[in-house]
Design a protein around this ligand. Sequence first.
Ligand SMILES: [Zn+2]
Length: 385
Amino acid sequence: MRENSIFGDHLGGFSVCIHRGARQIGGTCIELACEDQRILLDLGLPLDAGDEDPTSLLPENDGLKVADPSLLALIVSHGHADHWGLASQVSHLPIITGAATRRMLRAAAPFVPRPIPDGIDAPGVPDLVDHKTIQVGPFSITPYLVDHSAYDAYAMLIEANGRRLFYSGDLRAHGRKAALFERLVEKPPQPIHAMLMEGSSLGRLQPDQTFETESQIEDRLVERFQQPGFIGVNASAQNVDRVVSIYRACKRTGRTLLLDLYALEVLAATGNQNIPREGWPSLNVYVPEYQRLRIVKNQRFDIVDRHRVNRIYREALQDKIGQAVMLFRPAMVRDIDLVPGAWAGARVIWSHWDGYLRTEDMKHQPTVSFFTPTGSCKVPRLSAH
Ligand SMILES: [Zn+2]
């Protein structure tokens, strides 16, 4: 599993082992060791893990399958599962991450099959806060808030025994927090002895191309929303920038955004009052049937209670469906199927990395025409990651 190491003993400092993520997108796991004490930077679920037993995907290092006092903590750079998804297998470890990320992962827990473990709430565990250094054993960790499709994402400067490593986490320069990227480039931490940087977008664009900004994406959504008919936007609720763009495009086109309980819980967990929530104009709460059944099964009626303002039921959707935009997942197809005439003129906009679109799950959605870069509709991809 060991793919790389730097800072050999002859340099002093500390050792670094990239267990996974150097030759693939996602599944990141980096181990740092200094004076017989260790931390993990991220513990991600590989994107191609499928139904594989997560235990078999854990890197072979001490302290993961069985607690080991030398492994001090797991530091999670941001809330994407390819950076924390195997944390569910190491419930004995303290998990350090941003406060908003912690709240969002906890809010998502009732809705996902492999929730974040209780270590996320361990007492006395510090949060990652922009430019605020924390000490974990021999490691000084200084987080740098970065622009990414995950809210509350951090790069990190890690210093121990006289050596300084910069870990970029995932970052970009074209979202609503693009200024953070410019700040980092203009004032990088110095000195740096080694840098680990994500490269999932390297080679995706020609030299003369750039990714669209979130404002440009919002404008393109406005164009699409002007044509009548139901629209599902398949985007992550945790991509807060994108949800804001979808909501703003709805307002600009007189459409109503339908958000489900998972989305509302995750958005509320940001703690940001400027992010769409129940009670806002041009927004209805819709509880898809699969979520309703899960709520009943888990007796989590408190979640329904929190988001009852402007709730709309399926029977009432028929009158609105042609002017509705739903934050959409394949499990919601069954709900739309039950609204008479809803699919006439309907469109679904794909707003994830296009690699996900090639999975078996997505190939077998019979009633949905996906708008993809390679699809027959020739609508360009809205964005990725
Ligand atoms: Zn990410």
